[in-house]
Design a protein around this ligand. Sequence first.
Ligand SMILES: [Zn+2]
Length: 428
Amino acid sequence: MKSWSMPEIPLVPGTGPVPMLHDTATGELRSASSHGVASLYVCGITPYDATHIGHAATYLAFDTLVRAWLDAGVGVEYVQNTTDVDDPLLERATATGVDWRELAASQTDLFRSDMTALGIRPPDHYVAVTDVITEISNAVETLVSHGTAYEVATDDSVDGNNDLYFDSARAAETGPWHLGLESGLDRDTMLALSRQRGGDPGRPGKRDPLDPLLWRAARVGEPAWESRVGRGRPGWHIECSVIAINRLASPITVQAGGSDLIFPHHEFSAGHASSITGEPFADIYAHAGMVAYQGEKMSKSLGNLVLVSQLTARGVDPRSIRLALLDHHYRTDWEWTADTLVSATARLERWTAWAAASTGSTEVDAAAPATAGSDAPDPVVDALRTAVADDLDTPAALAVVDAAIAAACPATAAAVTAIDALLGIRLR
Ligand SMILES: [Zn+2]
């Protein structure tokens, strides 16, 4: 599927450190690369409420990871999906009287334009679930052949087929994954989250209440595709497992998304993938915190969304939105307020004035970027690199620039380039 425009990311003289990243599964800070190559899978949007500030914060966090990898000279292969057929999307389409395909297409377009405005590097493979239904159904067939999928009696399917579920216990006996490997959660918490987040622990006939749906047999009025496991549509977690493992070598370096995906989505994405490949799914499971507004997590159902497109339509500089988000560590939960943008806009004005005050050196360096002479140590560049490579500590990176301005350090060409490359803020 069409991705979005690639932002220009300049090369900073020298090389930054390989980033360290917090891993949800182990609770450790781990080196996010092996052998000079890194692969990344970030769960994409379900296109019905794009693109609120919470989404933007998540994709910006992992954009920062990509920028840190590039600065470290690490090769990156990045995959993202869009969940363009799923219960929340279908429910929204029904509620608003819009065809679900049109809703998904229009919201995905909006997401692309918002990502472009924010200067977020696009994935190398941007994959719509509806474009890969056969890939997914073939993987479900593989799980059936491995004995890690089973039928649950289904009395309302149109073809008389049964739904297929993942056998968590069997997968744990036969592969490198077990329930809780990724999330580390206890069973009661898993059951509660399963109920809240699209699971069906109360459905009769399941071997374990937590076992997730792999393939939903066709129902009246629902989209369905022909496949070797019967007509139907995929469950949520298997989509991401298959899109990832069919495009990236196993295990992938980083599986990423918002912290509301830790369970059940990432737990079972890992379980399905491991049960198909026999390999661990990812080296690191990385999660971005939630952004609240008016006291609650942003959500369409609560009506408390701050949309990127609304801000840019009001004339807000996308760099201010970036700075507002980068001022919070990606793993923290925080609240967007009216002051958030005011202080980010003031910071952008300070930074641009600082960069403009020493434009002479830019002209010289712009003519000959990354020359041997420009490899000279630059304390602002070094400090920026150290901050970003330390679990994407962007608040510390912003503080580095603030401190340089407060100390009346001149804006070197290398520092201005590093701010652009690592933080995505172009000052000149
Ligand atoms: Zn996903």
